[in-house]
Design a binder for this molecule. Structure first.
Ligand SMILES: Nc1ncnc2c1ncn2[C@@H]1O[C@H](COP(=O)(O)OP(=O)(O)OP(=O)(O)O)[C@@H](O)[C@H]1O
Length: 576
């Protein structure tokens, strides 16, 4: 999965048909390429736009003249109808954008084109558009299972509640979609309107984000905070900086994601006016509980009937509380959230994996948080080297002295780990390899079910990790400018963890992004052991779908919700 397709060319005929999107009778159709989560820009540049143009009549026919019975709902940007494309029989969702504030056709087309380049299994795919007269319509793939609130809050009598693991899988999938927008496209796209209602589910609960990148296409779209009828809808999800009148960033999305995660854990709505006053706002209700880990399990949705492991819920709540930090810079990157959720969505005998390997994270804060709420493998770098390979010395360019020093340090680190994780400490390093292999070997069922789907992060495989580390370690030493992690020694008394994102990720090269902290030399030495390696979620497809050129070319015409690259707390994706 997520392979690149080097055979993409500009010749349409070379692209194999893509299911029922093929329409030989439609002159206007540009046949989409085979689905890939991310495509290289070189391929992209030679492709035809992967969207179809429809005339109004086609879409009127598809939706039975926009009949009421086809109406799926109405949001900030307009009405959405279920339809069937006559030419192919494909089910679609047709979004009829409100007419006020319409773009000119060219501007609209440019926005649509930008939107159509965003392609990920966890994003609802844009199939085409219509710009007929003053009509502006967008045609999306139809997602059959309804939206997350339908399943989480609006249970039919007799309907089974979503189980814990499925909730974590939904969260993981949503995080993957968001990570794509934040980290795999350049410039990053800020979602702005992430909420449970914008997470659609297929029949197997595979999540797809909708309404991303829309706010330039219609007033209110993608930013329904401005739309009076939707204020309550989005109110509970918006980050504090929004109310402070500050610019939204990718970290504002992380906050909104935290609210969704909290909804998944608790089964409570972000805002619920039917509850007592002090419980109406979910985040306000949860904040005091975040400071009292003993109460974490009590937050769980009663419908779950305690069918989850305590460690699992503790870790999920810990992640959530990090996402909901008041200060944007204290929130984690969605890539780290995604990695953590990948582990929480794995099925093991116990319900969740024993360990979450620290090496998976871009920033250590996440693994520290998890380690305090379960067990996180803080397997030191040098131990991994030892375990993974006898000839570790040859894989690293460090001197023997350095090696010895590292061994000493690793003992210290291990000791600290033992202290921190108590019961399991003694077996951590023995388990090191085993524990990190679990995610790769345990695919989520939802991810299995479709070829388009994003895979679990297989880079958490232990061997791959330790090899990756050895390799990059050596080269970074040579460069001499590597950033190092610190062990946050002061974290013992904390129950929530600041994510020191101001200092890292911004410029981290994709394959070697190393979190960094301003710490004393002593701490740095120790950190030598535990430096984080951001393991690409998909190295082969980590390229942005936008090259600089591409972005530049479009910048005057279409911007989606692009974040300024220099602003971001993210690793930009174009530095490879
Ligand atoms: N691709 C799709 N497949 C199936 N249903 C969809 C699709 N897109 C939207 N819907 C449904 O259509 C309805 C309206 O969606 P829309 O996104 O316009 O509104 P919203 O998300 O409730 O509000 P807003 O747009 O203001 O965020 C919702 O019930 C949504 O679940």
């Amino acid at each position: 999965m997520m392979n690149c397709f080097p055979c993409f060319t500009s010749q349409k005929s070379s692209n194999p048909p893509s299911g029922n999107e093929t329409n030989e009778n439609n002159e206007q159709e540009v046949r989409p390429p085979p689905v890939a989560a991310v495509k290289h820009i070189e391929e992209r540049e030679t492709e035809q736009p992967p969207v179809k143009t429809f005339n109004f009549r086609e879409l009127a026919t598809a939706t039975k003249n926009f009949r009421q019975e086809c109406l799926l709902g109405e949001g900030g940007s307009g009405r959405v109808y279920k339809g069937t494309l006559q030419s192919t029989g494909q089910l679609v969702a047709v979004k009829q954008l409100d007419k006020h504030g319409l773009h000119g056709t060219k501007e609209f087309q440019a926005e649509v084109l930008s939107l159509s380049k965003l392609e990920h299994p966890n994003l609802v795919k844009l199939i085409g558009y219509c710009a007929d007269g003053d009509q502006r319509l967008l045609v999306f793939e139809f997602v059959s299972g309804g939206s997350l609130p339908d399943h989480l809050f609006e249970q039919e009598p007799g309907q089974k509640p979503i189980d814990w693991l499925t909730r974590m899988k939904i969260a993981f999938g949503a995080a993957q979609g968001l990570d794509y927008l934040h980290d795999k496209v350049n410039p990053p796209v800020i979602y702005r309107d992430l909420k449970a209602a914008n997470i659609l589910l297929d029949d197997e609960f595979y999540p797809k984000l909708c309404d991303y990148g829309l706010n330039n296409l219609a007033p209110g779209a993608g930013d329904s905070m401005f739309h009076s009828s939707c204020v309550m809808d989005t109110y509970g999800y918006s980050a504090p900086e929004y109310t402070r009148g500050e610019d939204l960033t990718v970290k504002s999305d992380v906050y909104s994601f935290g609210v969704v995660l909290l909804e998944l854990i608790t089964g409570r709505r972000a805002v619920d006016t039917t509850k007592p006053n002090d419980e109406q706002n979910l985040v306000a209700w949860a904040q005091p509980i975040f400071r009292d880990p003993k109460r974490y399990p009590d937050m769980a949705d009663p419908l779950l009937k305690k069918n989850f492991s305590e460690r699992g819920i503790n870790q999920a709540v810990a992640i959530t509380s990090m996402c909901l930090q008041e200060e944007p810079t204290a929130r984690p990157l969605i890539s780290d959230v995604m990695v953590a959720l990948n582990f929480l969505s794995m099925s093991t005998e116990e319900g969740i994996p024993d360990k979450v390997p620290i090496l998976s994270f871009r920033d250590k804060s996440m693994s520290i948080a998890l380690s305090r709420h379960g067990s996180c493998s803080v397997t030191p770098f040098s131990l991994l080297q030892k375990e993974g390979d006898d000839d570790s010395s040859s894989a690293s360019s460090e001197s023997e002295d350095d090696d010895d020093e590292k061994k000493e340090e690793s003992k210290g680190s291990k000791k600290k780990q033992e202290e921190d994780s108590g019961d399991e400490a003694g077996s951590d390093d023995e388990k090191g390899q085993e524990e990190v292999e679990k995610p790769g070997s345990s695919k989520s069922s939802s991810s299995d079910s479709g070829s388009e789907r994003a895979s679990p992060i297989d880079e958490s495989n232990a061997t791959a990790q330790s090899l990756e580390i050895k390799y990059s370690y050596s080269s970074e030493e040579e460069e001499g400018d590597n950033e190092r992690l610190s062990s946050s020694k002061s974290d013992k008394d904390c129950t929530s963890f600041r994510y020191d994102s101001e200092r890292n990720h911004d410029d981290s090269p994709k394959n070697t992004s190393i979190a960094h902290d301003d710490h004393s030399d002593d701490e740095e030495e120790e950190d030598h052991e535990t430096r984080l390696e951001h393991i690409q979620s998909s190295k082969s497809e980590a390229h942005s779908v936008y090259s600089d050129d591409d972005a530049g070319e479009e910048s005057g015409e279409s911007s989606l919700n692009r974040a300024e690259p220099e602003e971001g707390d993210h690793g930009s994706s174009d530095e490879e």
